[in-house]
Design a protein. Structure first.
Length: 342
């Protein structure tokens, strides 16, 4: 939840000041561990992991060293290795709210929601006002479809950290998902005042406009969201859907394709890509999309028929393009058989 870009220079300089101390005392494990912490805070994950591994080679007893290693591994999204390092930290006597928070968030990322809640509860027992633990508990309850609890924990987190855009985004997103656009608008607007370049909040802002039947404002917000963060596939999907409904197939296609690259089962997404390609005369590409729909929906006669129909159309078009012009009043040349599309 911390934006490392805002704190990078301080930790980076602190790490650099340790260079001389390490050169003078190359066998002192605590110096490598301290530099690893500074490098982590500066976003230098690889060098941080190298430092903490060197510290553990020199002294593998302190539990805190394993906690630092767990943090570095989590930054690399190595979930099981993170949990193993955290378990070693605990085994060697290291105990802190941050350790339980790290383990809880890692379980959440692995979609082990009950384990996540157990460790987040332990973190809150140690530090009841820990906003991050309340935030992740909110996300866990949202994943378990317990909306009321999710909103309660997210609001509690916001009360303790009122300037965190990510909390406001999650509150706005969940409010929109439960068809409460007026509440979502409050959270999204507040978040955009704090962080006007936060892409997910622009998506939330657009979604509440769409739910309140203000399509032009929604399109503007979705476009802004994609400009700020190209990973926001939901915004691309909504832009593609809006263009498709207006039969603007060339406009819809790139948005839908980008969205499907990140989420392959978006409702109607592949169907709209196939139909857009077919409408644009790109029939062979449309056939490929219909065949994916057949594979994803075995036994569905509709998609089987559409794939066959588009394939026939593609063969007709290819046949027309291969016919030679007749220059004399003689019998036409026998055309070669076309290869079967696979």
């Amino acid at each position: 939840m911390v934006n490392l870009a805002t704190v990078q220079s301080g930790p980076q300089l602190q790490a650099e000041t340790l260079e001389g101390a390490i050169a003078r005392q190359p066998r002192k494990a605590s110096l490598y561990a301290r530099r690893a912490t500074f490098r982590l805070d500066a976003g230098q994950i690889g060098p941080a992991l190298a430092d903490i591994d060197q510290a553990l080679k020199l002294d593998d007893d302190p539990g805190e060293f394993y906690f630092i290693r767990a943090r570095a591994l989590r930054a690399q999204n190595r979930l099981e290795a993170t949990l193993a390092a955290a378990a070693e930290a605990s085994k060697r006597g290291f105990s802190s709210p941050e350790l339980n928070l790290l383990v809880g968030e890692t379980h959440l990322a692995a979609r082990r929601h009950q384990a996540a809640l157990d460790h987040l509860d332990r973190a809150l027992q140690q530090e009841p006002e820990l906003a991050a633990a309340l935030f992740y508990k909110g996300l866990a309850h949202a994943a378990l479809a317990d909306t009321a609890q999710a909103l309660d924990y997210l609001r509690a987190s916001l009360a303790r950290d009122p300037h965190q855009p990510e909390i406001l985004h999650q509150l706005a997103f969940l409010s929109n998902a439960n068809r409460r656009p007026a509440a979502a608008a409050v959270y999204a607007t507040r978040g955009l005042r704090l962080a006007p370049t936060h892409g997910p909040l622009w998506y939330d802002y657009g979604r509440q406009h769409e739910l309140q039947n203000r399509p032009d404002s929604a399109i503007y917000a979705y476009t802004r969201a994609v400009e700020l963060d190209t990973t926001l596939y939901r915004a691309d999907y909504r832009l593609g859907l809006a263009a498709f409904k207006k039969r603007r197939y060339a406009e819809a296609l790139p948005h839908l394709q980008r969205a499907l690259r990140r989420a392959s089962r978006l409702p109607g997404g592949r169907q709209m890509v196939a139909e857009s390609l077919e409408a644009m005369g790109r029939t062979t590409e449309a056939v490929a999309q219909y065949r994916i729909l057949v594979a994803e929906n075995p036994g569905n006669k509709h998609w089987t028929y559409r794939a066959w129909k588009a394939g026939e159309r593609a063969r007709q078009l290819r046949g027309d393009s291969m016919r030679r012009p007749v220059r004399q009043a003689i019998a036409p040349l026998v055309e070669r058989s076309l290869p079967t599309l696979r």
